[in-house]
Design a protein around this ligand. Structure first.
Ligand code: MN
Length: 502
Protein backbone atom coordinates (compact mmCIF):
# COMPACT_ATOMS: atom_id res chain seq x y z
CA UNK A 1 0.00 0.00 0.00
CA UNK A 2 1.19 3.49 -0.72
CA UNK A 3 2.06 6.00 2.00
CA UNK A 4 0.09 9.22 2.27
CA UNK A 5 1.85 12.18 3.84
CA UNK A 6 -0.23 13.81 6.56
CA UNK A 7 -0.15 17.35 7.89
CA UNK A 8 -0.54 17.09 11.67
CA UNK A 9 -2.95 19.54 13.24
CA UNK A 10 -5.14 20.03 10.18
CA UNK A 11 -8.58 18.52 10.71
CA UNK A 12 -9.50 19.01 7.06
CA UNK A 13 -6.31 17.24 6.03
CA UNK A 14 -7.14 14.30 8.29
CA UNK A 15 -10.55 13.98 6.69
CA UNK A 16 -8.98 14.02 3.28
CA UNK A 17 -6.42 11.43 4.29
CA UNK A 18 -9.17 9.14 5.57
CA UNK A 19 -11.15 9.44 2.35
CA UNK A 20 -8.10 8.95 0.17
CA UNK A 21 -6.99 5.90 2.14
CA UNK A 22 -10.30 4.13 1.87
CA UNK A 23 -10.17 4.51 -1.89
CA UNK A 24 -6.50 3.66 -2.19
CA UNK A 25 -7.03 0.23 -0.62
CA UNK A 26 -9.57 -0.65 -3.27
CA UNK A 27 -7.37 0.77 -5.99
CA UNK A 28 -3.97 -0.42 -4.84
CA UNK A 29 -4.56 -3.61 -2.84
CA UNK A 30 -1.42 -4.40 -0.92
CA UNK A 31 1.09 -3.90 -3.71
CA UNK A 32 3.54 -1.04 -2.93
CA UNK A 33 3.11 1.90 -5.30
CA UNK A 34 6.81 1.70 -6.25
CA UNK A 35 6.25 -1.83 -7.51
CA UNK A 36 3.82 -0.55 -10.13
CA UNK A 37 6.54 1.84 -11.34
CA UNK A 38 8.98 -1.08 -11.60
CA UNK A 39 6.46 -3.07 -13.65
CA UNK A 40 6.03 -0.14 -16.07
CA UNK A 41 9.81 0.14 -16.41
CA UNK A 42 10.00 -3.58 -17.19
CA UNK A 43 7.28 -3.13 -19.82
CA UNK A 44 9.20 -0.20 -21.33
CA UNK A 45 12.32 -2.34 -21.64
CA UNK A 46 10.36 -5.14 -23.33
CA UNK A 47 8.47 -2.82 -25.68
CA UNK A 48 11.39 -0.58 -26.66
CA UNK A 49 11.12 3.02 -27.90
CA UNK A 50 7.66 4.24 -28.80
CA UNK A 51 4.27 4.33 -27.15
CA UNK A 52 2.32 1.68 -25.28
CA UNK A 53 -1.38 2.20 -24.63
CA UNK A 54 -2.91 -0.04 -21.95
CA UNK A 55 -6.71 0.01 -22.06
CA UNK A 56 -8.86 -0.57 -19.00
CA UNK A 57 -12.28 -2.15 -18.84
CA UNK A 58 -15.50 -0.40 -19.78
CA UNK A 59 -18.61 -0.09 -17.70
CA UNK A 60 -20.66 -3.29 -17.72
CA UNK A 61 -23.05 -3.37 -20.68
CA UNK A 62 -26.00 -3.66 -18.31
CA UNK A 63 -26.02 -1.86 -15.01
CA UNK A 64 -26.82 -4.95 -12.95
CA UNK A 65 -23.66 -6.74 -14.08
CA UNK A 66 -20.54 -6.78 -11.92
CA UNK A 67 -17.64 -4.60 -13.04
CA UNK A 68 -14.34 -6.48 -13.44
CA UNK A 69 -11.15 -4.43 -13.78
CA UNK A 70 -8.96 -5.20 -16.80
CA UNK A 71 -6.05 -7.23 -15.39
CA UNK A 72 -3.28 -5.70 -17.55
CA UNK A 73 -4.11 -2.11 -16.53
CA UNK A 74 -4.53 -3.16 -12.92
CA UNK A 75 -1.16 -4.91 -13.04
CA UNK A 76 0.61 -1.84 -14.40
CA UNK A 77 -1.11 0.89 -12.33
CA UNK A 78 -3.18 -0.68 -9.54
CA UNK A 79 -6.12 1.19 -11.02
CA UNK A 80 -9.35 -0.80 -10.73
CA UNK A 81 -12.05 1.64 -11.91
CA UNK A 82 -13.93 1.60 -15.24
CA UNK A 83 -12.90 3.70 -18.24
CA UNK A 84 -9.22 4.25 -17.58
CA UNK A 85 -6.08 3.84 -19.70
CA UNK A 86 -2.33 4.13 -19.33
CA UNK A 87 -0.12 5.81 -21.93
CA UNK A 88 3.55 4.95 -21.65
CA UNK A 89 6.06 6.79 -23.84
CA UNK A 90 9.59 5.43 -23.97
CA UNK A 91 12.48 7.17 -25.68
CA UNK A 92 16.17 6.44 -25.22
CA UNK A 93 15.63 4.68 -21.91
CA UNK A 94 13.51 7.54 -20.53
CA UNK A 95 9.91 6.79 -19.72
CA UNK A 96 6.84 8.96 -19.23
CA UNK A 97 3.57 7.48 -17.99
CA UNK A 98 0.13 9.13 -17.86
CA UNK A 99 -3.05 7.70 -16.36
CA UNK A 100 -6.25 8.64 -18.21
CA UNK A 101 -9.49 8.27 -16.29
CA UNK A 102 -13.00 9.57 -15.87
CA UNK A 103 -13.32 12.79 -13.89
CA UNK A 104 -15.84 12.75 -11.04
CA UNK A 105 -19.44 13.11 -12.10
CA UNK A 106 -21.87 13.92 -9.30
CA UNK A 107 -24.98 12.72 -11.12
CA UNK A 108 -23.30 9.45 -12.09
CA UNK A 109 -22.20 9.00 -8.46
CA UNK A 110 -25.90 8.76 -7.54
CA UNK A 111 -25.79 5.34 -9.23
CA UNK A 112 -22.27 4.05 -8.78
CA UNK A 113 -20.92 5.89 -5.75
CA UNK A 114 -17.99 8.27 -5.30
CA UNK A 115 -14.87 7.92 -7.40
CA UNK A 116 -11.52 9.63 -6.91
CA UNK A 117 -11.03 12.94 -8.70
CA UNK A 118 -8.16 13.35 -11.18
CA UNK A 119 -6.19 15.12 -8.44
CA UNK A 120 -6.79 12.37 -5.87
CA UNK A 121 -5.99 9.73 -8.46
CA UNK A 122 -2.66 11.35 -9.20
CA UNK A 123 -1.75 11.28 -5.50
CA UNK A 124 -2.85 7.67 -5.14
CA UNK A 125 -1.23 6.25 -8.26
CA UNK A 126 1.90 8.42 -8.31
CA UNK A 127 1.10 9.21 -11.96
CA UNK A 128 0.04 12.38 -13.73
CA UNK A 129 -3.63 12.08 -14.70
CA UNK A 130 -5.73 13.35 -17.58
CA UNK A 131 -9.35 13.00 -18.58
CA UNK A 132 -10.11 9.85 -20.59
CA UNK A 133 -11.88 11.97 -23.22
CA UNK A 134 -8.39 13.19 -24.26
CA UNK A 135 -6.99 9.69 -24.87
CA UNK A 136 -7.73 9.31 -28.57
CA UNK A 137 -6.56 12.85 -29.39
CA UNK A 138 -3.34 12.22 -27.44
CA UNK A 139 -2.76 8.96 -29.32
CA UNK A 140 -3.30 10.85 -32.61
CA UNK A 141 -0.62 13.36 -31.65
CA UNK A 142 1.81 10.55 -30.76
CA UNK A 143 1.17 8.76 -34.05
CA UNK A 144 1.86 11.84 -36.22
CA UNK A 145 5.43 11.74 -34.83
CA UNK A 146 5.75 8.28 -36.48
CA UNK A 147 6.44 6.63 -33.11
CA UNK A 148 5.43 2.96 -33.15
CA UNK A 149 2.47 2.20 -30.89
CA UNK A 150 1.73 -1.02 -29.04
CA UNK A 151 -1.74 -1.60 -27.62
CA UNK A 152 -2.51 -3.80 -24.61
CA UNK A 153 -6.06 -4.48 -23.55
CA UNK A 154 -8.28 -7.48 -23.15
CA UNK A 155 -11.70 -6.38 -22.01
CA UNK A 156 -15.30 -5.97 -23.03
CA UNK A 157 -17.89 -3.38 -22.25
CA UNK A 158 -19.06 0.14 -22.94
CA UNK A 159 -15.64 1.75 -23.23
CA UNK A 160 -15.74 5.55 -22.97
CA UNK A 161 -12.91 6.43 -25.40
CA UNK A 162 -14.67 4.53 -28.16
CA UNK A 163 -18.15 5.74 -27.22
CA UNK A 164 -19.44 2.24 -27.86
CA UNK A 165 -19.39 -1.34 -26.65
CA UNK A 166 -16.22 -3.08 -27.81
CA UNK A 167 -14.45 -6.34 -27.08
CA UNK A 168 -10.71 -6.22 -26.69
CA UNK A 169 -8.24 -3.81 -28.22
CA UNK A 170 -8.87 -4.63 -31.88
CA UNK A 171 -11.56 -1.98 -32.37
CA UNK A 172 -9.26 0.59 -30.76
CA UNK A 173 -6.37 -0.34 -33.06
CA UNK A 174 -8.60 -0.35 -36.17
CA UNK A 175 -9.94 3.10 -35.32
CA UNK A 176 -6.45 4.60 -35.01
CA UNK A 177 -5.11 2.75 -38.05
CA UNK A 178 -7.88 4.21 -40.23
CA UNK A 179 -6.64 7.70 -39.52
CA UNK A 180 -2.92 6.84 -39.54
CA UNK A 181 -2.60 4.42 -42.45
CA UNK A 182 1.20 4.20 -42.42
CA UNK A 183 1.64 4.08 -38.63
CA UNK A 184 2.80 0.93 -36.85
CA UNK A 185 0.04 0.02 -34.36
CA UNK A 186 0.26 -3.52 -32.99
CA UNK A 187 -1.34 -5.71 -30.37
CA UNK A 188 1.06 -6.35 -27.46
CA UNK A 189 -1.00 -8.30 -24.95
CA UNK A 190 1.68 -10.98 -25.07
CA UNK A 191 4.20 -8.61 -23.43
CA UNK A 192 1.92 -7.97 -20.47
CA UNK A 193 1.19 -11.68 -20.11
CA UNK A 194 4.90 -12.43 -20.13
CA UNK A 195 5.54 -9.89 -17.34
CA UNK A 196 2.66 -11.22 -15.28
CA UNK A 197 3.99 -14.80 -15.37
CA UNK A 198 6.58 -14.04 -12.67
CA UNK A 199 5.01 -12.95 -9.41
CA UNK A 200 6.63 -10.54 -6.93
CA UNK A 201 6.71 -11.39 -3.23
CA UNK A 202 3.78 -8.99 -2.68
CA UNK A 203 1.77 -10.87 -5.32
CA UNK A 204 2.70 -14.24 -3.82
CA UNK A 205 1.44 -12.89 -0.48
CA UNK A 206 -1.94 -11.98 -1.99
CA UNK A 207 -2.15 -15.34 -3.75
CA UNK A 208 -1.29 -17.17 -0.53
CA UNK A 209 -4.15 -15.36 1.23
CA UNK A 210 -6.54 -16.24 -1.61
CA UNK A 211 -5.36 -19.86 -1.32
CA UNK A 212 -5.67 -19.90 2.50
CA UNK A 213 -9.28 -18.67 2.23
CA UNK A 214 -9.98 -21.34 -0.39
CA UNK A 215 -8.42 -24.02 1.80
CA UNK A 216 -10.66 -22.86 4.64
CA UNK A 217 -13.73 -23.25 2.39
CA UNK A 218 -12.66 -26.79 1.45
CA UNK A 219 -12.12 -27.62 5.15
CA UNK A 220 -15.61 -26.38 6.05
CA UNK A 221 -17.10 -28.47 3.24
CA UNK A 222 -15.22 -31.54 4.48
CA UNK A 223 -16.54 -30.87 8.01
CA UNK A 224 -20.16 -30.29 7.03
CA UNK A 225 -21.19 -31.79 3.65
CA UNK A 226 -23.37 -34.86 4.03
CA UNK A 227 -25.69 -37.09 1.99
CA UNK A 228 -28.89 -35.16 1.23
CA UNK A 229 -27.17 -31.83 0.59
CA UNK A 230 -27.86 -30.11 -2.68
CA UNK A 231 -24.81 -29.06 -4.71
CA UNK A 232 -25.94 -25.44 -4.33
CA UNK A 233 -25.73 -25.74 -0.55
CA UNK A 234 -22.07 -26.68 -0.90
CA UNK A 235 -21.59 -23.69 -3.23
CA UNK A 236 -23.36 -21.42 -0.71
CA UNK A 237 -21.14 -22.64 2.14
CA UNK A 238 -17.99 -22.18 0.06
CA UNK A 239 -18.86 -18.65 -1.04
CA UNK A 240 -19.98 -17.69 2.48
CA UNK A 241 -16.59 -18.77 3.84
CA UNK A 242 -14.88 -16.80 1.05
CA UNK A 243 -16.58 -13.50 1.84
CA UNK A 244 -16.60 -13.98 5.61
CA UNK A 245 -12.81 -14.30 5.50
CA UNK A 246 -12.19 -11.24 3.36
CA UNK A 247 -12.28 -12.53 -0.23
CA UNK A 248 -13.52 -10.13 -2.96
CA UNK A 249 -15.59 -12.83 -4.63
CA UNK A 250 -15.17 -16.24 -6.23
CA UNK A 251 -12.35 -15.96 -8.80
CA UNK A 252 -14.45 -18.09 -11.18
CA UNK A 253 -17.78 -19.93 -11.15
CA UNK A 254 -17.69 -22.50 -8.35
CA UNK A 255 -17.97 -26.09 -9.61
CA UNK A 256 -19.75 -28.50 -7.23
CA UNK A 257 -20.47 -31.56 -9.39
CA UNK A 258 -21.78 -34.73 -7.79
CA UNK A 259 -22.53 -38.14 -9.25
CA UNK A 260 -22.35 -38.09 -13.06
CA UNK A 261 -21.92 -34.29 -12.90
CA UNK A 262 -18.38 -34.94 -11.65
CA UNK A 263 -17.54 -35.97 -15.22
CA UNK A 264 -18.59 -32.59 -16.69
CA UNK A 265 -15.45 -30.45 -16.75
CA UNK A 266 -16.99 -26.99 -16.34
CA UNK A 267 -20.21 -28.06 -14.62
CA UNK A 268 -21.96 -24.95 -13.28
CA UNK A 269 -25.64 -25.73 -12.70
CA UNK A 270 -24.94 -26.89 -9.10
CA UNK A 271 -28.49 -28.16 -8.52
CA UNK A 272 -28.58 -31.83 -7.62
CA UNK A 273 -29.02 -33.65 -4.31
CA UNK A 274 -26.01 -35.82 -3.53
CA UNK A 275 -26.37 -39.32 -2.11
CA UNK A 276 -24.10 -41.37 0.13
CA UNK A 277 -21.47 -43.24 -1.87
CA UNK A 278 -21.23 -40.59 -4.61
CA UNK A 279 -18.28 -38.37 -5.42
CA UNK A 280 -18.33 -34.60 -5.60
CA UNK A 281 -15.73 -32.66 -7.60
CA UNK A 282 -15.37 -29.30 -5.83
CA UNK A 283 -13.30 -26.89 -7.96
CA UNK A 284 -13.23 -23.47 -6.27
CA UNK A 285 -11.06 -20.40 -5.84
CA UNK A 286 -11.40 -17.25 -3.77
CA UNK A 287 -10.26 -13.94 -5.26
CA UNK A 288 -8.39 -11.74 -2.77
CA UNK A 289 -7.03 -8.33 -3.70
CA UNK A 290 -7.83 -9.35 -7.28
CA UNK A 291 -5.70 -12.53 -7.12
CA UNK A 292 -7.45 -15.87 -7.62
CA UNK A 293 -6.71 -19.26 -6.10
CA UNK A 294 -7.77 -22.50 -7.84
CA UNK A 295 -8.02 -25.65 -5.73
CA UNK A 296 -9.99 -28.87 -6.41
CA UNK A 297 -10.80 -31.79 -4.18
CA UNK A 298 -12.92 -34.84 -4.99
CA UNK A 299 -14.96 -35.77 -1.94
CA UNK A 300 -16.49 -39.18 -1.11
CA UNK A 301 -19.88 -38.12 0.23
CA UNK A 302 -20.64 -40.27 3.26
CA UNK A 303 -16.95 -40.79 4.02
CA UNK A 304 -15.77 -43.79 2.03
CA UNK A 305 -14.55 -44.32 -1.54
CA UNK A 306 -15.83 -47.47 -3.22
CA UNK A 307 -12.97 -49.65 -4.45
CA UNK A 308 -13.60 -48.50 -8.04
CA UNK A 309 -13.72 -44.82 -7.03
CA UNK A 310 -10.56 -45.30 -5.00
CA UNK A 311 -8.74 -46.93 -7.93
CA UNK A 312 -9.43 -43.87 -10.11
CA UNK A 313 -8.65 -41.46 -7.26
CA UNK A 314 -5.28 -43.03 -6.53
CA UNK A 315 -4.40 -43.03 -10.21
CA UNK A 316 -5.12 -39.29 -10.48
CA UNK A 317 -3.14 -38.59 -7.33
CA UNK A 318 -0.21 -40.64 -8.71
CA UNK A 319 -0.31 -38.53 -11.88
CA UNK A 320 -0.18 -35.36 -9.77
CA UNK A 321 2.85 -36.69 -7.88
CA UNK A 322 4.56 -37.59 -11.17
CA UNK A 323 4.07 -34.02 -12.43
CA UNK A 324 5.20 -32.48 -9.12
CA UNK A 325 8.41 -34.50 -9.30
CA UNK A 326 9.49 -32.91 -12.60
CA UNK A 327 7.94 -29.42 -12.33
CA UNK A 328 11.11 -27.36 -11.88
CA UNK A 329 12.51 -24.08 -13.14
CA UNK A 330 14.53 -24.88 -16.24
CA UNK A 331 12.85 -28.25 -16.89
CA UNK A 332 11.50 -29.01 -20.36
CA UNK A 333 8.23 -27.01 -20.48
CA UNK A 334 6.14 -30.08 -21.29
CA UNK A 335 7.90 -32.49 -18.88
CA UNK A 336 5.13 -32.30 -16.22
CA UNK A 337 2.43 -32.89 -18.87
CA UNK A 338 4.32 -35.91 -20.20
CA UNK A 339 4.89 -37.32 -16.69
CA UNK A 340 1.22 -37.00 -15.72
CA UNK A 341 -0.06 -38.32 -19.06
CA UNK A 342 2.29 -41.31 -18.90
CA UNK A 343 1.10 -42.21 -15.40
CA UNK A 344 -2.57 -41.84 -16.38
CA UNK A 345 -2.22 -43.84 -19.61
CA UNK A 346 -0.48 -46.73 -17.84
CA UNK A 347 -3.05 -46.76 -15.05
CA UNK A 348 -6.07 -46.56 -17.35
CA UNK A 349 -4.65 -49.44 -19.37
CA UNK A 350 -4.24 -51.53 -16.21
CA UNK A 351 -7.85 -50.74 -15.27
CA UNK A 352 -9.01 -51.89 -18.71
CA UNK A 353 -10.25 -48.51 -19.95
CA UNK A 354 -7.56 -48.22 -22.66
CA UNK A 355 -6.20 -50.89 -25.00
CA UNK A 356 -2.58 -49.81 -24.43
CA UNK A 357 -0.84 -46.69 -23.05
CA UNK A 358 -0.23 -45.36 -26.58
CA UNK A 359 -3.45 -46.72 -28.16
CA UNK A 360 -5.45 -44.48 -30.50
CA UNK A 361 -9.06 -44.13 -31.66
CA UNK A 362 -10.70 -42.59 -34.72
CA UNK A 363 -11.30 -38.89 -33.94
CA UNK A 364 -14.02 -38.65 -36.59
CA UNK A 365 -16.13 -40.74 -38.95
CA UNK A 366 -13.58 -40.55 -41.81
CA UNK A 367 -11.31 -42.97 -39.94
CA UNK A 368 -8.37 -40.96 -41.31
CA UNK A 369 -7.45 -39.07 -38.12
CA UNK A 370 -6.25 -40.75 -34.95
CA UNK A 371 -6.41 -39.38 -31.39
CA UNK A 372 -4.90 -40.83 -28.19
CA UNK A 373 -7.36 -42.94 -26.20
CA UNK A 374 -6.10 -41.12 -23.09
CA UNK A 375 -8.00 -38.05 -24.34
CA UNK A 376 -11.30 -39.91 -23.91
CA UNK A 377 -10.76 -39.80 -20.14
CA UNK A 378 -8.40 -36.85 -19.59
CA UNK A 379 -9.52 -34.02 -21.83
CA UNK A 380 -7.95 -30.90 -20.33
CA UNK A 381 -4.49 -29.48 -19.73
CA UNK A 382 -2.38 -30.30 -16.69
CA UNK A 383 -2.42 -26.81 -15.24
CA UNK A 384 -1.88 -23.09 -15.68
CA UNK A 385 -0.55 -20.03 -13.92
CA UNK A 386 -2.76 -18.20 -11.42
CA UNK A 387 -2.72 -14.50 -10.60
CA UNK A 388 -4.92 -11.52 -11.45
CA UNK A 389 -7.10 -13.96 -13.36
CA UNK A 390 -7.63 -17.63 -12.64
CA UNK A 391 -5.59 -18.35 -15.78
CA UNK A 392 -2.64 -15.95 -15.46
CA UNK A 393 -0.98 -16.82 -17.67
CA UNK A 394 -2.66 -19.65 -19.51
CA UNK A 395 -0.57 -22.42 -21.04
CA UNK A 396 -1.65 -21.22 -24.50
CA UNK A 397 0.16 -17.92 -23.81
CA UNK A 398 3.38 -19.86 -24.40
CA UNK A 399 5.27 -18.42 -21.43
CA UNK A 400 7.87 -20.50 -19.62
CA UNK A 401 7.75 -20.86 -15.86
CA UNK A 402 10.36 -19.05 -13.79
CA UNK A 403 11.21 -18.75 -10.11
CA UNK A 404 8.20 -16.73 -8.91
CA UNK A 405 5.62 -18.43 -11.11
CA UNK A 406 2.54 -19.66 -9.23
CA UNK A 407 0.96 -22.61 -11.04
CA UNK A 408 -1.65 -25.32 -10.67
CA UNK A 409 -1.21 -29.05 -11.24
CA UNK A 410 -4.62 -30.59 -11.85
CA UNK A 411 -4.81 -34.02 -13.48
CA UNK A 412 -8.22 -35.68 -13.73
CA UNK A 413 -10.00 -38.77 -15.02
CA UNK A 414 -13.62 -38.59 -16.20
CA UNK A 415 -15.46 -41.71 -17.33
CA UNK A 416 -18.44 -40.30 -19.21
CA UNK A 417 -21.50 -42.52 -19.07
CA UNK A 418 -22.25 -41.64 -22.71
CA UNK A 419 -18.75 -42.37 -24.03
CA UNK A 420 -20.22 -44.45 -26.87
CA UNK A 421 -22.01 -41.31 -28.12
CA UNK A 422 -18.79 -39.29 -27.99
CA UNK A 423 -16.98 -41.81 -30.23
CA UNK A 424 -17.58 -41.61 -33.98
CA UNK A 425 -19.11 -44.83 -35.32
CA UNK A 426 -16.20 -46.57 -37.11
CA UNK A 427 -14.98 -50.19 -37.11
CA UNK A 428 -11.93 -49.24 -35.00
CA UNK A 429 -14.05 -47.42 -32.41
CA UNK A 430 -16.64 -50.23 -32.28
CA UNK A 431 -13.86 -52.73 -31.55
CA UNK A 432 -12.44 -50.42 -28.87
CA UNK A 433 -15.85 -50.08 -27.17
CA UNK A 434 -16.30 -53.84 -27.18
CA UNK A 435 -12.90 -54.40 -25.55
CA UNK A 436 -13.29 -51.79 -22.80
CA UNK A 437 -16.98 -52.52 -22.12
CA UNK A 438 -16.37 -54.42 -18.83
CA UNK A 439 -14.23 -51.58 -17.44
CA UNK A 440 -16.72 -48.95 -18.67
CA UNK A 441 -19.51 -50.75 -16.85
CA UNK A 442 -17.44 -50.63 -13.63
CA UNK A 443 -16.23 -47.04 -13.81
CA UNK A 444 -18.96 -45.17 -15.76
CA UNK A 445 -20.02 -41.96 -13.99
CA UNK A 446 -16.83 -41.61 -11.95
CA UNK A 447 -15.05 -38.25 -12.23
CA UNK A 448 -12.00 -37.28 -10.19
CA UNK A 449 -9.89 -34.14 -10.31
CA UNK A 450 -7.21 -33.12 -7.81
CA UNK A 451 -5.82 -29.61 -8.15
CA UNK A 452 -3.24 -27.82 -6.04
CA UNK A 453 -1.41 -24.51 -6.23
CA UNK A 454 2.39 -24.25 -6.14
CA UNK A 455 5.12 -21.62 -6.11
CA UNK A 456 8.14 -22.36 -8.29
CA UNK A 457 11.38 -21.28 -6.65
CA UNK A 458 15.05 -21.64 -7.54
CA UNK A 459 15.16 -24.46 -4.97
CA UNK A 460 12.09 -26.40 -6.17
CA UNK A 461 8.34 -26.44 -5.82
CA UNK A 462 6.41 -25.15 -2.77
CA UNK A 463 2.97 -26.68 -2.17
CA UNK A 464 0.75 -23.72 -1.18
CA UNK A 465 -2.73 -25.30 -0.92
CA UNK A 466 -2.22 -27.58 2.06
CA UNK A 467 -5.33 -29.67 2.54
CA UNK A 468 -6.03 -33.39 2.95
CA UNK A 469 -5.54 -34.98 -0.47
CA UNK A 470 -4.44 -38.63 -0.08
CA UNK A 471 -7.49 -40.89 -0.38
CA UNK A 472 -7.29 -41.97 3.27
CA UNK A 473 -6.88 -38.36 4.49
CA UNK A 474 -9.92 -37.15 2.53
CA UNK A 475 -11.98 -40.12 3.78
CA UNK A 476 -11.00 -39.38 7.39
CA UNK A 477 -12.05 -35.73 7.00
CA UNK A 478 -15.37 -36.75 5.44
CA UNK A 479 -16.03 -39.50 8.03
CA UNK A 480 -15.61 -37.29 11.09
CA UNK A 481 -18.90 -36.39 12.83
CA UNK A 482 -20.69 -33.73 10.75
CA UNK A 483 -20.47 -30.17 12.02
CA UNK A 484 -23.71 -28.18 11.87
CA UNK A 485 -22.14 -24.72 11.41
CA UNK A 486 -18.92 -23.34 9.98
CA UNK A 487 -16.20 -22.28 12.40
CA UNK A 488 -15.96 -18.53 13.15
CA UNK A 489 -13.96 -16.30 10.86
CA UNK A 490 -10.28 -17.25 10.80
CA UNK A 491 -8.58 -14.68 13.05
CA UNK A 492 -5.33 -14.76 11.07
CA UNK A 493 -7.16 -14.14 7.78
CA UNK A 494 -9.22 -11.34 9.32
CA UNK A 495 -6.02 -9.73 10.59
CA UNK A 496 -4.64 -9.76 7.04
CA UNK A 497 -7.55 -7.88 5.50
CA UNK A 498 -7.90 -5.58 8.50
CA UNK A 499 -4.24 -4.62 7.97
CA UNK A 500 -5.10 -3.86 4.38
CA UNK A 501 -7.80 -1.41 5.52
CA UNK A 502 -5.52 0.65 7.79
MN1 MN B 1 -7.51 -24.78 -12.65
Amino acid sequence: MMRIEGRPGSYAALLWIGAALSVSVAAQGQIPVQEYAQRREALSRLAGDGAVVVLGAGEPLRDHETFSPAPHLRYLTGWAEPNAALLLITQGGMQRATLFLSERNASQEVWTGPRPSLVDAARMSGLPTRDISELIRTCDSVLVTKAPMKVIGEFRGQYAPMGQAVTGDKAFIDDLQQRHADASITDANRLARQLRATKSSAEVGLLQTAIDITVRAHEETMRMAAPGWNEFEVQALVEYVFRRNGADRPGFTSIAGSGDNATTLHYWQNDRVVAAGELMVLDIGASYGGYSADVTRTLPIGGRFSSDQRAIYELVRAAQVAAEDVMRVGAEPNAPDVAAATALARGLTTLGLMEAPDAMYDCDATGQRLCPQLRLFYMHGLGHGIGLEVHDPDVSDGVTWTAGSVVTIEPGVYVRRNLSEVLADTPRNRALLARIQPALARFAGIGVRIEDDYLLTAAGLDWLSRLPREASEVEAAMRAPRATAPRPRDAALVARYRRGLQ
